[in-house]
Design a protein around this ligand. Sequence first.
Ligand code: ADP
Ligand code: GLC
Length: 496
Amino acid sequence: MKLLYACTELAPLLKTGGLADVGAALPLALTAAGCDTRMLLPGFAALFNGVQLDDAPPLMPAGPFAPAVLQQLAQPALIRRGRVAATGQPVYLLDAPALYQRGGGPYQSAAGEDWPDNADRFALLGWAAAWLGLGGDTDWRPDVVQLHDWHAALAPLYLRLMAGDKPRPVSVFTVHNLAYQGLFPADQLPGLGLPWSVFGIDGLEFYGQLSFMKAGLQFADAITTVSPRYAQEILTPEQGCRLDGVLRERASRVSGILNGVDYAVWNPATDPLIGARFEHDRLAGKALARSALQRELGLQERPDALVFGVVSRLSEQKGLHLLPPVLDELVARGGQLVVLGSGDAGIEAALREALAAHGAQGALRTGYDEALAHRIIAGADVLLVPSRFEPCGLTQLYAMRYGTLPLVHGVGGLADTVTDATPDALAAGRATGFVFCDFSADALRGALHRAFALAERPREWDAVRRHAMQQRFDWREAARAYCALFQRLLTAHPES
Ligand code: ADP
Ligand code: GLC
């Protein structure tokens, strides 16, 4: 089975969040599971730097329904073939420097403004995926096209328009986060090469705007999300981001496949980014990692402190506004808090102000810092993930591997992966962390109390920690589930 995997991020070359970690691991796991997998990525400079290009001449995409920008570029857009240097993963890079090579981030300028031509930039990605899907590369024609998040979400629509009555590959739209939808003014529609006939309630119209996300939801042959719980949640008005109605209509095509962890990158026994290595059966290094973290961040070096860590985008999604109201108590009980985050300036200011009152019991580091992320996840005792919603969440999975107990809001992938330390779960040896259910500072406070109480029973804490460290969230399992889905779709769509 040949699979084209279209997305925008690939760790460690280009990463704004978990999408990049998935892009680095899942295609390789799919290949290992028997799919001949090629990625399609926008030609961002950071990706070109990590890709070894083939000698083969580039492809020149052209044809019907192309976004107008394809004709307007001074240099024609090309699709270059190559392999990720570090892994050998085959990739197509959509080379259009005017669209993808600029300062700032992949979606926003350095000032945090969305790029004004995002509709063109990502429509071209979706269109290129469809073009490849229909045999644009005569040497390799995929059976399945998997599109990740709104950036690639127009592909299923382009595929239908471009194929007409002819065979086409099956399309799977994978939602990593329903909250980011790719909404644009409706008058941009013709510029994307799309006919007005698709701008209806059954198409990509969304409260008068055009929605890339909705195109993916309406036109893909299957929709997946990155945890089973989130697949259920998005069918409800609370978590459906105003698309729950659309999703409910297509509910039979929606399923959740839990993300995995790349244990070659996240392994306390081998991690080159942490000072002291450790494992569930030799934990001395864990205490060293904690004191090294306290020293590095200027915290009081107290071995008895319970160190709480946060590694997160600073966005409304992550629920970090629940932290300042509980911080006094956290510190009064002997805790310390370290936060590494980047994003929203208001959230950053609120955390900074709350931590300022606690001197050497708290620290905030801003910006994106992969190595510090590893050191926090290794050195903390508890990782806080109080997200309002969380499609999967990866940091809680990493934390478990490092014996750092996750304390999470029980939603989405957090609920699917963390087993709360209830008396029953403790007695049965199943607990791996702490889960609170109401999205409130009071509920968070309750979970913190339970964490402090367990810390006072070191033997029990240790048992939970060892159990957490032995959990495995295996990409092989996820890959098997995706392959089985692809196979079912191919059987159900004999025309493709
Ligand atoms: P999301 O994709 O919603 O941000 P995930 O938990 O799936 O959430 O993935 C977040 C990824 O980004 C993890 O690999 C985490 O370690 C990393 N990360 C988040 N913030 C930072 C930061 N400030 N510095 C370094 N890594 C970060
Ligand atoms: C999104 C989600 C996160 C998920 C990640 C990878 O960024 O917010 O929960 O883990 O994608 O699938």
